[in-house]
Design a protein around this ligand. Structure first.
Ligand SMILES: [Zn+2]
Length: 466
């Protein structure tokens, strides 16, 4: 079937004929969607990554196995593959537990936030003070927080990335803000949308001159239990035990696979996803699905026998979750060729139906992407939105590279995000295949596009990267 793609395309009108180019692109898109349905391999690859390799937290044996396996697989598909070394933070979870001590004894569902220091072996037992925001914490009287455990209890208002982003600072900066007021530990209500008593982990950080207090996520149901007890006037005490620790940075790598360009191989269209995952689940939606899409898009294009005008480069970034060393390391190592990166695409929103793309491009770029969007078969009403991008390609955007985030339906993404339930069964095989075909079509279109997309200016403060 893929041989037919090549025949159909090579028989098209000569290059430079804009109408002919558009027709051939439509033809290619049709064939790629057909191919991925009939003989796609994205699902099998995601199954291997999740079921056979498993959790892939940076610095873990799983992460290193994933580097080796994806590099081997991509090389076997005929791509020019290399691994590019980086150093990654290494954090291990250990045993963890929490229990209410007063006014009743009950076990609580908690999990350490990534990067947290441990508690003493016997744990930390203290009274709980609940707040819904940093402002509320700052407004508490002096002495109300010192020696206590702060619970940041704020539910996500809307499913999807906007709702998540609004609450995420409570997780990433909660320990810092609580330590400023003298708290001995920080708990954050899980950043999740499913009521299944699941704690959701995720990255947190410490302030340089502040005590490094232990930090954990608590299941939404348990946060609500504590809220009800406090609202009834009870003094709530709990014990938190975290056995996590930070080890020395470890050598790891980004996996880089090129499909060389036929006319301008020095110009690059990057398609990326992150290879690492949290340790609780097997990283199927975050971000094994994106990895499978990148691998499948490259395989499809290589198997078509066509060479793109510019180089299409797949990058499987390491350490998106707890350090972004892969994204930063790639931008540093390739600084000299970033002016020749014409676009960077990232898939890191699960494998739900493709709603469209979220983009950050220069003047006039949006209209050109809107014209292209129907070829990706988006399910959403607004297929091209702005701004957009992705965490790993954020450092490229800062250097003026146009960035594009694949925007999947995320209505259920935060049900399982960063939990033990991020497993293969959450991924729909047909949607994963369609997403892979869409990524291949997008990569091809960007690699052929004349002229290349206009480059965005400096990022305004607070620009959202998805
Ligand atoms: Zn992710």
């Amino acid at each position: 079937l893929l041989a037919l793609v090549a025949c159909a395309l090579l028989a098209g009108p000569p290059a430079g004929d804009a109408g002919g180019d558009a027709e051939r692109l439509r033809e290619l898109a049709g064939r790629l969607f057909e191919a991925v349905e009939r003989e796609g391999q994205a699902w099998e690859r995601l199954a291997h990554l999740t079921d056979r390799i498993g959790p892939r937290l940076s610095g873990s044996p799983g992460a290193e196995a994933a580097v080796r396996w994806t590099a081997e697989r991509l090389a076997a598909d005929g791509l020019a593959v290399r691994t590019e070394p980086i150093l990654v933070p290494t954090w291990v979870r250990g045993l963890e537990s929490a229990e209410l001590l007063a006014p009743v004894a009950q076990r609580l569902a908690v999990t350490a936030l990534g990067g947290s220091d441990p508690t003493p072996e016997a744990g930390i037992a203290a009274e709980v003070v609940e707040v819904a925001s940093f402002e509320e914490l700052a407004a508490l009287p002096e002495g109300r927080v010192a020696g206590r455990i702060v619970l940041f209890n704020r539910a996500i208002a809307d499913a999807g990335f906007q709702g998540y982003s609004a609450v995420a600072p409570l997780r990433t900066r909660g320990a810092v803000e609580a330590a400023k007021r003298g708290a001995v530990a920080a708990l954050v209500r899980s950043l999740g949308t499913l009521s299944a008593r699941l704690p959701h982990t995720g990255a947190m950080s410490y302030g340089a001159a502040l005590p490094r207090i232990p930090a954990a996520a608590i299941a939404a149901e348990d946060a609500e239990l504590i809220h009800r007890l406090l609202a009834a006037g009870d003094v709530v005490r709990l014990r938190l035990v975290l056995g996590c620790r930070t080890l020395p940075d470890a050598p790891s790598a980004n996996v880089v696979a090129d499909l060389p360009g036929r006319e301008r191989p020095e110009e690059i269209v990057l398609i990326g996803a992150h290879l690492d995952s949290w340790d609780l689940g097997t990283g199927a939606i975050d971000d094994g699905a994106g990895v499978a899409m990148v691998m499948e898009a490259l395989r499809l294009l290589k198997a078509s026998g066509l060479a793109p005008r510019r180089t299409i480069r797949g990058v499987l970034f390491m350490n998106e979750e707890n350090g972004l060393r892969g994204g930063r390391g790639y931008a540093e190592a390739h600084a000299a060729e970033l002016p020749r990166h014409v676009a960077a695409v990232e898939a890191d929103s699960g494998a739900g139906a493709l709603q469209g793309i979220a983009v950050t491009v220069g003047e006039g770029g949006l209209a050109r992407l809107r014209a292209l969007a129907p070829l990706l078969r988006p399910a959403g009403a607004e297929p091209v939105t702005s701004p957009g991008g992705g965490a790993d390609i954020g450092p490229l955007r800062e250097q003026g590279v146009p960035v594009i985030g694949m925007r999947q339906d995320a209505a259920r993404y935060f049900d399982w995000h960063h939990t033990a339930a991020d497993t293969l069964d959450k991924v729909d095989r047909a949607e994963l295949a369609r997403n892979s075909a869409a990524m291949a079509v997008l990569a091809w279109a960007l690699a052929e596009m004349e002229p290349a997309l206009p480059r965005p200016g400096p990022a305004p403060p607070g620009e959202r990267q998805r």
